[in-house]
Design a protein around this ligand. Structure first.
Ligand SMILES: [Zn+2]
Length: 504
């Protein structure tokens, strides 16, 4: 090969080399640009992504914060509402409580117990700054200041037997049936009792307890003395004592239209079990106790401090319609015919159950303001019986009646009799001394005087007035005029009552 062709070859090779280098360089620079571009793009993308992420987080946070805020607010709101509800409830309770206290205090003041009424309101927290309560207290104090003392000598005493529910059954055939004639004379009907109670109330009569009449003190020798108590009533009001005798529902009352026994209703209040003419039993106000209880519920001002009446009980047929007397156990002994018949009709008889039920009724009556008294166990004639008989009778009462009604200091003599003439009982009277030893301090008879109250040194005597068929009828038709201070007899007389022969 020639030098020339050698050089040419070298030149071609160099050119190729250069071209290759150029191509390489170009490729390199293209790659670099691409890399830079990629990095830039990555960077921008990252930035944008970060920014977006940041914004999103901020938004989320904001949203979260706003949600938390609303929850807190809601919670606070609920708490406030609850607080308001509680305070509303408290206010409501306080208002209810106040209303209740005022109702109770009004009842106490209506029953002439002004001090109790004021005392009750003063137990209320913050009463000193409550104008309504302060006005009430002022009102009660003004009422108290207007009262005047009752003349103890002029407190009358009226009494009833069990009321006739069904006059048709009680008085039928009285010409031939001595029991019906007795019913017509000695008994008052529900119609009459309700009219009397209303009319005496309208005339200002207020029932007082027989023990409300008595104030006791102890003299220098340690002996108890009886003195007239002070009863304060508004001007124009008159005090009277009420009693009911023979609340035993004797066997002889059966089928004559009287209640059969005292029982307790579902509220624990004394009511009557009454057997209707067709033999079905009904429960309700069929005698003095539940009828008067209902009347006094409606007219608290008809009774002085919740006083009711005196229930005078014998024991021989049990009490309150329960066969509680030990004589019923003597099935084979010398039993009365009516007791034997009753036992035959009641083979399930359980004296302990009878006594327990009678005691529950007696307890409820006492809790309601009723008092009990002895009417002697055997309805004996105190003037006629021997001291020995009186002692036996009194022990039977203690054994059979006292466990049911508790101990008593009042004796309401049966048949209207009395130990002796009006005034002080002579200390030489053995029966009087015996009854005093037995704890009796209040002695009641029956008379027709408007009022008769006598204070012995340590005992009280009171005459009672019968508001029965005999008295009402004979006053209504003008044969007598001795109850017009209490009632208008013609207005009160039951139209279903037949004429009552004037026997006494
Ligand atoms: Zn009697």
């Amino acid at each position: 090969m020639t030098e020339k062709s050698q050089r040419k070859k070298e030149q071609i090779m160099m050119k190729q080399e250069k071209k290759k280098k150029r191509t390489n360089r170009k490729e390199q620079s293209d790659a670099l640009r691409l890399w830079i571009l990629g990095v830039c793009a990555f960077f921008i993308f990252t930035c944008v992504f970060m920014q977006m992420r940041k914004r999103q987080t901020a938004e989320e946070k904001e949203m979260e914060e706003s949600e938390t805020g609303s929850a807190v607010w809601e919670e606070a709101n609920a708490e406030r509402e609850e607080r308001e509800a509680v305070s509303e409830e408290q206010n409501e309770y306080q208002n209810e409580h106040k209303k209740e206290m005022i109702i109770q205090a009004d009842r106490l003041s209506a029953a002439y117990d002004y001090d109790e009424a004021v005392g009750l309101l003063k137990t209320m927290e913050g009463y000193e700054s409550d104008p309504e309560i302060l006005n009430k207290i002022k009102e009660y104090e003004a009422q108290k200041a207007s009262c005047v003392p009752v003349n103890m000598e002029e407190v009358t005493h009226v009494f009833y037997h069990s009321l006739v529910v069904d006059p048709d059954r009680a008085f039928a055939n009285q010409e031939k049936d001595p029991q019906a004639a007795g019913n017509n004379q000695w008994m008052t009907t529900i119609y009459e009792f309700e009219k009397i109670t209303q009319e005496m109330y309208d005339r200002g009569y207020v029932i007082v307890g027989i023990h409300d009449l008595i104030e006791t003190s102890v003299d220098e020798n340690g002996n108890t003395q009886f003195l007239p108590a002070t009863i304060m009533l508004p001007p124009g009001k008159k005090a009277y004592v009420l009693s009911q005798d023979d609340l035993s529902y004797y066997h002889c009352y059966d089928n004559y239209g009287y209640a059969a026994k005292m029982i307790l209703n579902e509220d624990g209040k004394p009511v009557c079990d009454y057997i209707q003419a067709d033999g079905t039993h009904v429960t309700g106000a069929y005698d003095v106790v539940p009828i008067l209880d209902a009347f006094l519920d409606e007219h608290p001002d008809a009774s002085y401090r919740g006083a009711k009446g005196v229930i005078a009980l014998t024991g021989y047929n049990g009490v309150l319609g329960y066969r509680t007397d030990a004589s019923y156990l003597d099935r084979n002994g010398n039993l009365d015919r009516d007791k034997r018949d009753w036992l035959d009709e009641h083979p399930e008889f359980d004296i302990e159950q009878e006594r327990a039920e009678a005691k529950r009724v007696a307890d409820a009556m006492k809790a309601d303001g009723w008092e009990f008294a002895s009417h002697t166990w055997g309805h004996i004639r105190i003037k006629d019986v021997s001291l020995e008989r009186l002692m036996q009778d009194t022990q039977k009462w203690r054994e059979n009646v006292e466990p049911i009604v508790g101990s008593v200091d009042t004796i309401v003599f049966a048949h209207g009799q009395d130990l002796g003439d009006w005034g002080a009982y002579p200390e030489s009277d053995a029966k009087y001394r015996y009854l005093k030893e037995q704890g009796y301090r209040v002695f009641c008879n029956v008379d027709s005087n408007l009022y008769r109250t006598w204070f012995g040194r340590d005992y009280l005597r009171q005459g009672r007035r019968n508001l029965d068929g005999y008295r009402i009828y004979n006053n209504a038709v003008g044969n007598e005029n001795n109850i017009s201070d209490l009632i208008d007899a013609a207005e009160v007389l039951d139209p279903l009552r037949p004429p009552v022969p004037k026997l006494r």
